[in-house]
Design a protein around this ligand. Sequence first.
Ligand code: CMX
Length: 417
Amino acid sequence: MILHEKIAAQLPEWRERFKTLAKEHADVKIDEVTVGQVVGGMRDIKALLTDISFVDPAEGIRFRGMSIPEVLKLLPRARGGKMPLVGGLYYLLMIPDYVYKMLRTMPKDTHPMILLTQAVMSLGVNSIFARRYKEGMKKDAYWEPALEDSVDLTAKLPVIAAFIYRYKYFGEKKKPRYNPKLDYGANFARMMKVSDKKGYADLARLYFILHSDHESGNVSAHATHLVGSSLSDIYFAYAAGLSGLAGPLHGLANQECLAWLLDVHGKFGGVPSREDLYKFAWDTLNSGKVIPGYGHAVLRVPDPRFTAQMEFAKERFPEDDLVRLADMVFDVVPTVLREQGKAKNPAPNVDAISGTLQHYYGVREFDFYTVLFGVGRALGVTANYVWARALGQPIERPKSVTMKMLEDAVAKASQPA
Ligand code: CMX
């Protein structure tokens, strides 16, 4: 397998660098931790290692050093498509029947994220990593079955997601059929039964690439990494990541953002005037709510993932009402947030537009959007999982402090020198 050989070829050098850092430079400080960071969700503490992606506050995500425009330009393309292939999937294993049976026995109103997480957990029965670990495997070899499991899982996800979509919202019990001649995005569009006349396959490619990774500190990536660090297999680890993604402050935000746009659209019977939108945005803030799709914990500029999706929409369906509205929101809301003066970043994030694109193609079952995010996120978290095993990263175990310890530290710091 090409992927396997490529990693094997690079591994000695990466392991050497990791070992040198761990053994020879362990005392070098890269960050100071403040009381604010300890009580404030560990924000900005540099304590995770990943070479797969890095979020520059002033520029946005870079995948292996490449910005979003570079990734979209340089990756190979599907024939007839403008967006790059999601790639990395060299074979597809059969999904065992019991997975579909299990999903079909769930109550009809089960949230699609519960269905997805359950399907992933049930696939873990066949984990090669877990079997090989039980048989006795050297630490150096962990990454190989980790990679096999990861490719297997990633290949199955669009099939499972499409099944959940067609089953939950349209009552179709048949298993979707994957066409090995088509790429990941085209297969997904086909299995979802969304017409590709206007380029849904290309949107799927763009969407999965943009949602794949955002360095390691976000909830889904970190949860996957943390659970994987205990040498749980990728099915357990990614299911933990999905559980984090299901939260409203993380993967659910895209549906809230679309709901806000539809609210505006409904209230004004179409795209409002700039003045009406300005007032509506202030009304949202004055009622104590946030404006979804704006702000970010790390970024301090418009998210390049937002920009890439906005360009996609403007190129293909600039006249769509919601696209025009999202564009006007981009013009008005940063001003409103700046005037309010609270948000550190008044610019749009990835969620400000992603739901609008799905809505255009007719995928309007909002609670399914996090499943789409989950399929894309698998590409990043599984890659991180494989590299963490390949580098022999240890079990994660941060130290906690008591409130009294923090108060003592504050008292000591405020004493005159
Ligand atoms: N609307 C209104 N107020 C906002 C805001 C927004 N879009 N973004 C930030 N603020 C407020 C915060 O609520 C906070 O207020 P308090 O001081 O009253 O608590 C203040 O500005 C400072 O927040 P911050 O440091 O700028 O932002 P955080 O790092 O704490 O939070 C985020 C980041 C994304 C949760 C926040 O900007 C937000 O709630 N945005 C709207 C929801 C959203 O779009 N979420 C999707 C995130 C996408 C992703 O994670 O990739």
